[in-house]
Design a protein around this ligand. Structure first.
Ligand code: OGA
Ligand code: NI
Length: 358
């Protein structure tokens, strides 16, 4: 099935439709060059750190310090960690994932009503980037805004399955709260005042959006990727992974480590904007998604971002003669044009900023 939104460089093909047509090969458009295929996957049993946030909310200073310490180590060593006891109800997490899965199983004509365009990316999409002839990833997605309220538009949210807007609304509210708590922890760990990051992001006026990724079964998973290597351009991501199927891989040195999701955990990762504000004390980390031939996968990536029109730059507190500022100020609106035009390209954007600067 394809639609012909004039803004994409070529007709959009839904990966789900390709998958449903039961072919045993995949179109050339999805075949990665040999060096980019998933065979470099590490077989090690290593996992990203799992952190119990319970002590962060309590009144016990020692417990609080210990959680902060674990978050600090995870940010330094991995840029990625899982959190449990995070305050978001497990039933709400399951409900949100199930409801999105139901959406993706609605008839194609219904979903096509929400077909997105590269202007805002809101809605039902099947590619990231607008380069004609680009090699594409094996996934469809749905992208929507929660914050600022001026961008939240129910007309761009699905209206089915019934009650989905209520579920997605509550989910967004709860995950934003979790994001606020993590921002405090990160600020303290960076040696900043606890509201520093939140204020640098625009206070109450942050951006928050959701990308629901749908990875259909793939007859040739060894030739393609569900999502190419990238760092998240925004502030911080809280990912609700599939509860049945693994697929997310995090780069550690030259290896790709497959994340083993803990039940009812969120996977948290540092985005490029926190790398910039922390003057690279914390680094966003490359990640990618592999697919498989017998199970589809659904994940909810919630992006906690700066207000999009304020300049983001290294905190003065983290800049000194020994540690000069690495990044020029840039708004997130400007910053995210790169991935929206060119698609996922590892860490090339944030790295290029650095070398072009003074
Ligand atoms: C993303 C992302 C990982 C996943 O949406 O930015 O990295 O497991 N998703 O779907
Ligand atoms: Ni990502």
């Amino acid at each position: 099935m394809s639609n012909n939104s004039p803004d994409w460089p070529e007709p959009i093909v839904r990966v789900q439709s390709l998958s449903d047509s039961c072919i045993d090969s995949i179109p050339d458009r999805y075949i990665k060059p040999p060096t980019d295929r998933p065979d470099s996957t590490s077989s090690s049993n290593v996992n990203i750190p799992i952190i119990d946030l319970g002590g962060l909310l309590g009144t016990e200073p020692e417990a609080r310090r210990s959680v902060l310490q674990k978050i600090s180590e995870a940010c330094n060593e991995w840029g990625f960690f899982q959190v449990v006891n995070h305050g978001v109800r497990p039933e709400l997490m399951d409900k949100a994932r199930e409801t999105w899965s139901e959406f993706f199983h609605l008839p194609m004509e219904l979903k096509q009503k929400y077909a997105n365009s590269p202007k805002t990316y809101e809605g039902y999409g099947s590619r990231l980037g607008v380069e004609k002839g680009a090699i594409l990833d094996w996934s469809d997605y749905y992208f929507l805004h929660y914050l600022p309220l001026s961008l939240k538009d129910y007309n761009k949210w699905p209206s089915l399955p019934p009650y989905c807007r209520e579920v997605f609304d509550e989910y967004g509210r709860e995950v934003v709260k979790l994001g606020g708590r993590l921002m405090k922890a990160l600020s303290i760990n960076l040696g900043l005042e606890e509201n520093f990051l939140q204020n640098a992001f625009g206070g109450e006026d942050i951006g928050a959006c959701l990308r629901v990724n749908f990875y259909p079964k793939c007859p040739r998973p060894e030739l393609t990727l569900g999502l190419s290597p990238h760092s998240d351009p925004g502030g911080m991501t809280m990912l609700l992974p599939d509860n049945q199927v693994a697929g997310l891989q995090v780069r550690k040195g030259d290896e790709w480590i497959t994340v083993k999701p803990e039940r009812h955990a969120f996977i948290v990762n540092i985005g490029d904007q926190i790398q910039v504000i922390s003057n690279a004390k914390y680094k966003s980390v490359e990640h990618r998604v592999i697919v498989n031939s017998d199970k589809e996968r659904v994940s909810l990536a919630f992006f906690y971002n700066p207000k999009s029109d304020i300049p983001i730059q290294p905190a003065k507190e983290l800049v000194s003669p020994e540690c000069p500022s690495l990044y020029p100020p840039m708004t997130f609106d400007e910053y995210r044009l790169f991935i929206r035009m060119r698609g996922p390209r590892g860490k090339s954007q944030v790295d290029s900023l650095k070398s072009s600067n003074r």
